[in-house]
Design a protein around this ligand. Structure first.
Ligand SMILES: Nc1ncnc2c1ncn2[C@@H]1O[C@H](COP(=O)(O)OP(=O)(O)OP(=O)(O)O)[C@@H](O)[C@H]1O
Ligand SMILES: [Mg+2]
Length: 292
């Protein structure tokens, strides 16, 4: 579904944001992209949705393919039918007065018949359980509802890949869960998801694959449980270095404490819900073990 071959990108000021990325993402995967601020997550996503090289200038090398098309050869508008993009702040992505107008907005640019537009609006409202909000003013929605509306409007274009850049960051705890459950359900129904996110304690429970980036490179790539279990062997590298404060670690072996290096011994660590055969440990802010 997505293939990046030797993709490198530098911004005009010379900042090298991506170095030689080689990556294949199959249809139906739920990939979470994480890593410290500035490691290149957003830049990577932009090579998938075509903002790079079409809108964002810089030096681009290599080739990105999405749904069989070479991204460089298709316009961003042309790619929108294959790749939908959702950003952090739903406010900044909503332009219309009512929910149905917001979904119709993108569709009207596709020269579809009014009947087809209506059909698609009904379909995505239903898909995201937003039917009751159809005629509601967008300004009256909660943060979570707004982000769901953005996702609905994106899906109405018919993409098979959804790229999301920290879509939970600006939401309250309830909004985060609502939006995440929606994304996870879309994935279970076959949508390919590529999502940059810092809220790993939430996201990793549904993600099927995790990419950890550092300085423009992918340094870990695989099943979230095995990567985080590997982090355990390497010291508390993943909880302390790659993740933001308050983020989490898994152990692939629920019986084995993650604390061989002192991680869980630190005061304030708590075990969260086990899921997908992993045990999730929350590393609270400011409680890093001394060797981190
Ligand atoms: N428009 C730009 N011009 C110059 N440098 C940029 C630009 N946008 C990003 N960068 C730099 O490129 C690198 C990668 O940035 P990117 O935004 O992809 O990181 P990120 O992992 O998404 O970070 P964050 O977690 O803060 O969202 C960083 O060094 C950043 O400072
Ligand atoms: Mg970013």
């Amino acid at each position: 579904m997505i293939e990046l071959s030797g993709v490198s990108f530098s911004y005009p000021d010379g900042t090298k944001a991506l170095s030689e990325i080689n990556l294949v993402i199959d249809e139906g995967e739920f990939v979470v992209v994480c890593g410290p601020t500035g490691c290149g997550k957003s830049t990577l996503l932009m090579t998938v949705n075509g903002l790079i090289p079409h809108t964002v200038s810089g030096e681009y090398q290599g080739e990105a393919r999405v749904a069989g098309r070479v991204v460089r050869d298709v316009s961003v508008a042309g790619l929108a039918a294959h790749v939908g993009t959702v950003f952090q702040n739903p406010e900044a992505q909503i332009f219309s007065l009512t929910c149905e107008d917001e979904i119709a907005f993108g569709l009207e640019n596709l020269s579809l018949s009014p009947r087809e537009i209506d059909k698609r609006i009904n379909h995505v409202l239903h898909l995201l359980s937003l039917d009751s909000l159809r005629r509601r003013r967008t300004a009256e929605l909660s943060g979570g509802e707004k982000q769901k509306l953005v996702i609905a409007a994106t899906l109405a274009m018919g993409p098979r890949v959804l790229v999301l850049d920290e879509p939970l960051s600006d939401l309250d705890p309830e909004g985060k869960i609502t939006v995440l459950n929606t994304i996870a359900r879309l994935n279970r129904e076959g949508m390919t998801i590529v999502m940059a996110e810092h809220n790993l304690d939430l996201v990793l429970q549904d993600a099927t694959r995790m990419l950890v980036m550092e300085k423009g490179r992918v340094v870990f790539d695989g099943d979230p449980c095995s990567i985080l279990a590997r982090g355990q062997d390497q010291g508390p590298l993943l909880c302390c270095y790659y993740f933001h404060p308050g983020l989490s670690l898994y152990s692939s072996d629920p019986a084995k404490p993650i604390s061989t290096d002192g991680c869980t011994k630190a005061e304030g660590y708590r075990t969260l819900q086990p899921k997908r055969g992993c045990r999730l440990i929350e590393c609270p802010a400011g409680h890093y073990p001394s060797h981190c």
